[in-house]
Design a protein around this ligand. Structure first.
Ligand code: GLY
Length: 342
């Protein structure tokens, strides 16, 4: 078992990475416990939920909307949940983002925690207090920063994860290596087969290393004024690709990272060998490295990115594998840069 804590002001989030973490739920049974559970996780592990107040969340990004938040809160009222209720989200990023949002607004805020069941959730979405929903096709447009009391990353649950979802989470792990930790990147190059085969030690190593980087960055900049922007490496173009193609998050981010590395090279910040190394790593784990989208579609879509500030966008570039920086680009230069990419 690996333990970390995320400290923001007076609030401490306990992060546990290990096996068989479900049984710890018994410890919070003194309060009115309500579980918001991913439907597939519920079906696969039904006996674990016996006797608990569960609401299920159908899989798919289309549930990440205000109408579904209202639906959940109505069901909580029917269950007679009050302000002493404790909400636990059990699932991937969709469920934890929804849980944090519901818990932040239900009766002006109740306590909450997460059991994170996907690699993507364990290394990224469940840590850092970003909660919310999409609006009219704009990702995470409505939400709040609020930290859970705990995040339990149960490695056993990764055993039943679809291979495509595992690779999607791997993409975010590659991101951590690329932006902050060259030794993690070396490890991924040497152990990608073990990770994709779900070797328990390899999974514990990558989840712990990634979570530690996320904790360090979030503690230094919770509301994304500075270093937290680095976590968006590959995401500016990646989100646009995700929106236009419907690819899973990690796949779109993989292409976004390849493009951001090429852009870093084109602008003279990164050696060709380093850009190639990142592209190779991504291709080796079966993630896509390119898109057929037109330059104009890509550009028009990223103009709608909520991270855009006026005529500028904060683009994350690489200096080397393990070192990223924020580059403020005006939209005209970005348009030209996209045309030069592929
Ligand atoms: N997923 C990026 C962040 O939490 O800031």
């Amino acid at each position: 078992m690996h333990e970390l804590s995320l400290n923001i002001d007076e609030h401490v989030t306990s992060i546990l990475i290990g096996r068989d973490l479900f049984r710890k739920l018994e410890k919070i049974s003194d309060r009115k416990l309500v579980l918001l559970v991913d439907e597939n996780v519920y079906k696969l592990h039904e006996p674990k939920f016996a006797g608990l107040n569960c609401l299920t969340v159908p899989s798919g990004e289309q549930q990440k909307k205000l109408a579904f938040v209202e639906h959940v809160m109505r069901q909580m009222i029917n269950m007679e949940a009050d302000r002493t209720a404790f909400l636990v989200g059990v699932g991937g990023g969709l469920v934890t983002d929804l849980t944090g949002f519901v818990a932040s607004i239900f009766m002006r805020g109740i306590r909450f925690g997460f059991i994170s069941t996907t690699l993507l959730g364990q290394v990224d979405a469940s840590i850092g207090g970003k909660n919310g929903v999409n609006l009219d096709g704009y990702k995470n447009m409505v939400g709040v920063f609020r930290q859970p009391e705990f995040v339990w990353c149960d490695l056993d649950l990764l055993g039943s994860l679809d291979q495509r979802e595992l690779a999607s989470g791997f993409s975010e792990v590659i991101k951590y290596g690329a932006i902050r930790d060259r030794s993690l990147f070396d490890y991924l190059e040497g152990h990608h087969e073990a990770i994709l085969a779900r070797n328990p030690e390899a999974l514990e190593k990558i989840v712990s290393a990634s979570a530690a980087i996320k904790v360090e960055i979030v503690e230094s900049d919770v509301t994304e004024q500075a270093d937290r922007k680095l976590l968006n490496f590959g995401h500016t173009l990646g989100h646009a690709i995700e929106k236009l193609t419907g690819m899973v998050h990690g796949e779109a981010i993989a292409i976004g990272m390849v493009m951001a590395a090429r852009l870093s090279y084109n602008m003279g910040f990164l050696d060709a060998a380093e850009a190639f190394r990142l592209e190779q790593m991504i291709a080796t784990v079966g993630l896509p490295v390119k898109t057929d989208l037109s330059h104009d579609d890509l550009y028009e879509t990223l103009l709608k990115d909520k991270k855009r500030s006026g005529d500028f966008i904060h683009f994350i570039l690489l200096q080397s594998i393990g070192e990223a920086f924020v580059h403020k680009m005006d939209l005209h230069s970005l348009r030209t840069a996209i045309h030069d990419l592929y």
